[in-house]
Design a protein around this ligand. Structure first.
Ligand code: RIB
Ligand code: CA
Length: 335
């Protein structure tokens, strides 16, 4: 390389880090925990806040988990705000009816465990008002990484529809189009838990919506070999990862044939290294909100179904080995 080129490269400004709010239903560690760690540990992204929603677990538990994991990853300074405890419409009673009438049901998340006694209601709005406040103050600057049901984002859009045009982009894990669901036969968990919220976000005017559904997630699997590579480096983060993925789900320490999707971690991998993914498919999408066996299923929508709606960029292809290597390296990092 000649000297001129070297000096030009050195003088070129680094692209500014993408400013992100992570909205998560964080379990004990799981894919949400891995995603938090990945997003906190790289230069491409600046995590400004974490907002919590019920999904995998009830919001109170998710709050505790996210705070603990953020601290283990060396970023205890990032603010974490409690958000919606309940979906917009879906209830435990409805979920039980669905199981009875249209089961089997693979995963129910928080709907499968007793709900903690409600605390004072004001704390619940913190996440929603923080999303609104931060987007309002920084129009076009803030990306939302949605790792759980989209209740908080839908509530923010409902309260302040004008923020749709001020969100830089929404990158989320949820839904599926051409493969079967993982909650009910027809629906993916995040969308099933709050179908009305998912529908509001897909039909919104947020200009860039990048979707990682089960169609791509089912091809990004972590197996025992990958698990072993991560846990052989012992750090506070990998210890918690080992405890969760080894003993709880998918039980790598008990069953060497176990495997699990990287799910939410694809959101982080794409934000950090988009070139590891193929071009998206641009589609107008919606979610079934009629209460029946299809509740929560993604469906194609007409271009004119919702005035002002922007299409969804559905991700379909990835370089699995490279995405796994990124995942492994960020989780094993000693900081
Ligand atoms: O369907 C996968 C989604 O639900 C992920 O967000 C994961 O955390 C799970 O609970
Ligand atoms: Ca999640």
């Amino acid at each position: 390389m000649n000297l001129f080129l070297v000096s030009v490269l050195l003088a070129a400004p680094m692209p500014a880090a993408e400013r992100v709010i992570i909205d998560t239903d964080c379990g004990y560690f799981g894919d949400d925990g891995s995603t938090l760690v990945m997003l906190l540990r790289n230069e491409a992204v600046r995590v400004e806040a974490i907002t919590i929603v019920s999904g995998n677990v009830w919001a109170d538990d998710a709050l505790r988990n996210a705070k603990e994991i953020t601290r283990l990853a060396g970023h205890g300074e990032i603010p974490v705000y409690l958000g919606a405890e309940l979906p917009l419409r879906h209830t435990l009673e409805m979920a039980e009816q669905e199981k009875r009438r249209w089961g089997p049901m693979e995963f129910r998340g928080a709907f499968g465990v007793p709900r903690p006694v409600a605390k004072e209601p004001l704390r619940r709005v913190a996440a929603v008002s923080e999303i609104i406040r931060r987007v309002e103050r920084n129009p076009g600057q803030i990306t939302i990484a949605g790792l759980g049901p989209l209740t908080n984002v839908a509530l923010a859009l409902r309260q302040r529809p004008d923020i749709a045009g001020k969100i830089r982009r929404m990158v989320f894990m949820g839904g599926q189009l051409r493969v079967k669901g993982n909650s009910t036969r027809e629906a993916e968990f995040n969308f099933w838990f709050d179908p009305e919220a998912a529908s509001a976000v897909l039909r919104s005017a947020i200009r860039e919506k990048v979707m990682f559904g089960l169609d791509i997630c089912n091809r990004a699997m972590l197996g025992k070999k990958g698990f072993d590579e991560i846990v052989k480096v012992e750090t506070p983060v990998t210890k918690r990862f080992r405890e969760d993925f080894g003993v709880r789900y998918p039980e790598f320490l008990k069953n060497p044939k176990a495997e699990v999707s990287l799910w939410d971690a694809l959101v982080a991998a794409w934000m950090i290294q988009p070139r590891l993914f193929g071009r998206p498919e641009e589609l107008y999408l919606d979610v079934e909100t009629d209460f029946g066996p299809m509740y929560g299923k993604v469906k194609l929508a007409g271009r004119d179904a919702e005035p002002g709606a922007a299409p969804v960029s559905m991700m379909n292809n990835l370089n699995c080995a490279a995405v796994y290597a990124l995942f492994r390296d960020l989780l094993r990092e000693k900081r």
